[in-house]
Ligand binder design. Structure first.
Ligand code: PNS
Length: 166
């Protein structure tokens, strides 16, 4: 059984993330979509909201399971018996950060490879931060995020940039 972990902040999940999960599920038998609980960062959506949105968005992808983790990613991946960490690559600008992270993780855990999946060109410009910014300024993000995210962004619009930070 080939198991992978697809980690991220998912604050919030976008259709670009979903595309990567769908494609990872074609390669691996099981994909743990793992949301980081980072005590140093204050996300826009709390961990329960992020889990709820991701679970609803990947319900139809049978090989994907949503989970959360804290601490080192390689420790989490080893605990899940994963052979790979999946990351999406959008553009050259992602490369430095991803390269550094992949090599650091490989050094800490040589048995777990990082596998990069190129984002579909339709989502190559898309990021969670952009989505939050557009939504907060009243722009239309339908088609860029799952339905539940869209409605949560609409509800939270009044508070974005006010009480909530990202
Ligand atoms: O969606 P993001 O914010 O780009 O995801 C970053 C993430 C969660 C993959 C990264 O911050 C991470 O792996 N954090 C866990 C801590 C860790 O293992 N750090 C060492 C990796 S170099």
């Amino acid at each position: 059984m080939k198991i992978a972990v697809y980690p991220g902040s998912f604050d919030p999940v976008t259709n670009g993330h979903i595309d990567i999960i769908e494609r990872a599920a074609k390669i691996f038998d099981l994909v743990h979509v793992a949301i980081i609980v980072n005590p140093e960062k204050t996300p826009y959506f709390d961990i329960d909201e992020r889990i709820e949105m991701l679970r609803s968005a990947v319900r139809r992808i049978k090989k994907a399971k949503v989970d959360s983790f804290d601490g080192l990613l390689v420790d989490y991946a080893a605990k899940k018996k994963a052979c790979a960490i999946v990351r999406g690559l959008r553009a050259v600008s992602d490369f430095d950060y991803e390269f550094q992270m992949a090599l650091t993780n490989l050094r800490m855990c040589p048995d777990i490879e990082t596998v990069f999946i190129m984002t579909d060109y339709k989502y190559s410009y898309l990021s969670s931060s952009l989505v939050k910014q557009i939504a907060s300024l009243g722009g239309n993000v339908s088609g860029l995020v799952p339905k539940m995210v869209l409605s949560k962004l609409k509800k939270g619009r009044a508070s974005y940039g006010n009480t909530r930070t990202s």
